[in-house]
Design a protein. Structure first.
Length: 201
């Protein structure tokens, strides 16, 4: 358990130019960053998260739970609860690339609940391909756009068997796609709310 830690970036863990594996029931609780990555920050490396919990983590700017830049990011079988930041309440990823140079972020069987931010209550990705499968995005909120997920820049996003429930924002109650293209397969949207445009998307 990583609990009640603070730092400028990566309040729990800060990793650069290497590989970081977080798994087997690891929990991050009540950590806070003055800049980015309330739980974890990774730069120019690889971050793999499995069977882990991020609870009540916060960052003043990006990624209340996780912030990844120019890094490969994969998250499976994990949960984010009550995270907060300016962008990406739980996860913020930008210009992320795998070992072959392809830009990609993969989330599989991930739950993000009760997170909040100015932009993208749960997940915010920029200039990166996003693949979400069997994920649950619930009870998140954004002060402007993307109560659940916000995708922008040159990107391609895929949502398969994902559920978006009780998310809210000014625009895009559950999902905002601002650039690139998005594909939804068997996605479910229920009780999402936008003050202006796109209650769901």
């Amino acid at each position: 358990v990583v609990r009640d830690c603070s730092a400028h970036s990566g309040a729990g863990v800060y990793a650069a130019r290497g590989s970081l594996w977080i798994r087997d029931g690891t929990a991050f609780e009540r950590n806070a960053a003055a800049f980015e990555g309330g739980g974890v920050t990774v730069l120019t490396g690889t971050l793999y998260i499995a069977d882990s919990l991020f609870r009540n983590s916060a960052a003043a700017r990006d990624g209340g739970g996780v912030s990844a830049t120019s890094a490969s990011l994969r998250v499976i079988d994990s949960r984010f609860e009550g995270s907060a930041s300016l962008r990406g309440g739980a996860i913020r990823a930008r210009d992320c690339r795998d070992a072959t140079g392809n830009n990609a972020v993969t989330l599989t069987n991930v739950t993000v609940a009760g997170s909040q931010s100015k932009v993208s209550g749960a997940v915010h990705v920029s200039d990166v391909d996003l693949a979400m499968s069997s994920c649950r995005v619930t009870d998140n909120s954004a002060g402007s756009r993307g109560g659940g997920v916000h995708v922008d820049g040159i990107s391609s996003s895929t949502f398969q068997n994902c559920e978006f429930t009780n998310n809210s924002a000014v625009d895009g109650g559950a999902l905002v796609v601002a650039g690139g293209e998005a594909s939804l397969f068997r996605a479910k949207f229920e009780r999402n709310v936008a003050e202006r445009n796109g209650g769901a998307v």
